[in-house]
Design a protein around this ligand. Structure first.
Ligand code: FMN
Length: 379
């Protein structure tokens, strides 16, 4: 792992190790991928201010996120099908996050279940909730997250219908993978991946299998999911969920100032400025482009978290400078997971940490709460 010096190195290694159907699933965005690309391009356009001759010998990247201490302004984002990037992927990523002292968020669409992860890790983690049409199932999921002592519920609000990802359709993405000749040949060339997934606790959606009545076999489970995203989802449902969940609530998928203002009044402790990593509304703004206006509107009343395009410590600095309390990492850690399991995720976090630390020094900052718009060069 030492020779992996950047997130891009981890990405290249993941591309070699993970079957194409799952690598593409992680890599891709919806439709023409304009928003996916804008997330990166707009971050790269932000130039940092080099400062010199400031004593930066004592630096700390420590902060708090949603009231919890964190060694970095970073959390691992909810990612569906982590366990298809590497067997037991959710458990390995959660362990790496906890060892690094940052929050991990488990997806509703994970392979390992809430209970699997809770039994395998030392500390509480966050749980991400998708609201399905079957509200009884949603209520049960919330109860399961509470029983597992999850420390925050992250309610994703930008997936009431599914944006199409062309690559997934073309590759025949399914869980477990569709047995097309092309997929079989591909998997045959990825023996380490095959072994890790074969040894993994589960091969399908762990939070759903066995919990949805009448959906005992995997194919019908996929059909159930496709039919379950709920286009009627509204602020009333957020109210209902806030009433069921006694702990900290975070709303994920806010990209508009007007929505942020409503979100800030729901009792949520935080919101995540996010376009789902460019996987939903193609043609939407990049997350970083809308971040400052949302922070100005609601930053005083809720913690504004950020995701979309974070691939370096410099990116974390940029988002933090524009007002984000902390960032969520999606693909950056998924590449680490595909490249090397738990060690790969640990390496991804270490790379981001080291880059942020050096960037702090070179911009003349020593503490996370010193990072603000002053570290951005006038554009
Ligand atoms: C492979 C993949 C799966 C994802 N699955 C979920 C999910 O299950 N729930 C969710 O709220 N967001 C999901 N997201 C969105 C991420 O939580 C996050 O918003 C996004 O990845 C951030 O952008 P980045 O990948 O550029 O860091 C997923 C993203 C990716 C790349």
């Amino acid at each position: 792992m030492k020779t992996m010096t950047s997130i891009e190195d981890l990405r290249q290694e993941a591309r070699r190790r993970v079957p194409r159907v799952f690598f593409d699933y992680a890599e891709g965005g919806s439709y023409a991928e304009q928003t996916l690309n804008a997330n990166r391009a707009d971050l790269e356009r932000i130039k940092l201010r080099q400062r010199i001759l400031v004593d930066v010998s004592q630096r700390s990247t420590a902060t708090t996120i949603a009231g919890e201490p964190a060694s970095l302004p970073l959390a691992l984002a909810p990612i569906g099908l982590c366990g298809m990037q590497h067997g037991d992927g959710e458990i390995l990523a959660c362990r790496a996050a906890q060892e690094a002292g940052i929050p991990f968020c488990l997806s509703t669409m994970s392979i390992c279940s809430i209970e699997d992860v809770a039994a395998a890790v030392a500390k509480p983690f966050w749980f991400q909730l998708y609201v399905m049409k079957d509200r009884g199932f949603v209520r049960a999921l919330i109860e399961r997250a509470a029983a597992a002592k999850c420390s925050a519920l992250v309610l994703t609000v930008d997936l009431q219908v599914l944006g199409q990802r062309h690559r997934d359709v073309k590759n025949g993405l399914s869980v477990p993978p569709e047995l097309r000749i092309r997929n079989l040949i591909d998997i045959a060339g990825k023996p380490k991946w095959a072994l890790s997934v074969a040894r993994g606790r589960r091969k399908t959606f762990g939070n759903l299998a066995g919990h949805v009545r009448g959906m005992e076999n995997v194919n019908s489970l996929s059909l159930w999911i496709a039919d379950q995203f709920d286009a009627t989802l509204s602020w009333k449902d957020v109210e209902w969920i806030a009433g069921l969940w006694r702990g900290k609530l975070i709303l994920k998928g806010i990209l508009d100032v007007e929505d942020a203002r409503i979100a800030a009044k729901t009792g949520a402790v935080g919101l995540v400025v996010s376009n789902h990593g460019g996987r939903q509304l193609d043609g939407a703004s990049s997350s970083i482009a809308v971040l400052p206006a949302i922070v100005d509107a609601v930053g005083a009343s809720v913690e504004v978290l950020f995701d979309g395009g974070i691939r370096s410590g410099q990116d974390i600095m940029r988002a933090r400078a524009l007002g984000a309390r902390a960032c969520l990492s999606g693909r950056a850690y998924v590449y680490g997971l595909g490249a090397g399991g738990q060690a790969g995720v640990a390496r991804a976090i270490e790379i981001l940490r080291n880059e942020l630390d050096v960037t702090m020094a070179l911009t003349g900052t020593t503490r996370i709460d010193e990072i603000d718009r002053r570290v951005i060069a006038a554009m």
